[in-house]
Design a protein around this ligand. Sequence first.
Ligand SMILES: [Zn+2]
Length: 373
Amino acid sequence: MSEKPSLEKLPLGERPPVRMVGDAPEPVKELVSEHLASRLGEGHLDQLTEAQINALKSSEYEKRSYEKEAIAIANELTNQILEQSGVQPFDIPEQNVHIVPLELFNTFRGDSSSTSSSVIATTYSNRYLIISNGAEMRQKVTDGISTLFHEITHGKGYMAQELFESKNKKNEYGFATHRSGIRVDSTSKKSRGRDLSFTVFRGLNEGFVSLLEKNNFRMLLQKITAPDIQDEISWMEGEGAKELMQEISRKEDRPPDEISWLSRDGKAYRFFPYYDQRRVLDFIIKSAVEDNSISSYEEGMGIFAKAHFRGNIVDLAKLVEATFGKETFGWLGLMNDDNSARFILDRLQKKRRLLLAKRKKESDSKVEVGDEG
Ligand SMILES: [Zn+2]
């Protein structure tokens, strides 16, 4: 690992500079940058409609003490990683997190019909708006805590905004997210008349955020002191839960430590999200360790962290291509949902087998062993 720099935490309501792309004049870029920073804290409400603000005022739940604590601890834990990645630490204020009833949650997500409880929270990247499904989050307490960590990790991701001149008015500018964490969105609004947009590295971004979430889960729980949920935490860490987790693991074909919440009767449970995407990351890091191109799993996570928090994707691309061959980093760009993640994992595993076979053949021919088969 490189030497750990000591970086001072930014005052509340500030964030590291946002990179601006596009050909807007400098003062416009500065204005947008300031505007985005002002969204950390109360300022983020300015972007909402009056109806949304009223809905929040009337039905948002007051945060419980353990939720406030979870937000603070998630900030603290992620700030350590920001610092290790060479990024100035900053906090996502608790005002940016809204815990709301399911109905309002769906309205915010633009999905008024859904009664699905599978999605528990959403972060709108450049809006610094974290909306979470209160009923679900509070019933599945430990998963809810973990989800707060997940969303805060998204909120702290590297950010680049694309600026574009309005189609109708000269000298009027709009902006859209170009990079959030590892994810890349391109809007191509420059081509007037047509909005071409595409997203790459969505699955890799979620995979990293969820892997970090899972790796920090136990630590997060241990640090929470709020008395009202200590029972729930000791249940999750006790022998009774462990046994049930083994059972579920066999039934669902997932490792037992994938469970982020479990009911006392073992009938209801939740898994950490983005399992298939995380398996891809895991395979990348373990293969690179096997090759000795990095010395440890932590070093691999550090390279992903630099891509996510600092925007440095080059080292990650180099690591992937050294481990799997040319152009394989581009494949990862296409990873999105679970099926695509399984497909990519399969391709990487095949590529890896071929590469190892080729290396073996080369080293065998060097020592001139004429063994066939
Ligand atoms: Zn996510």
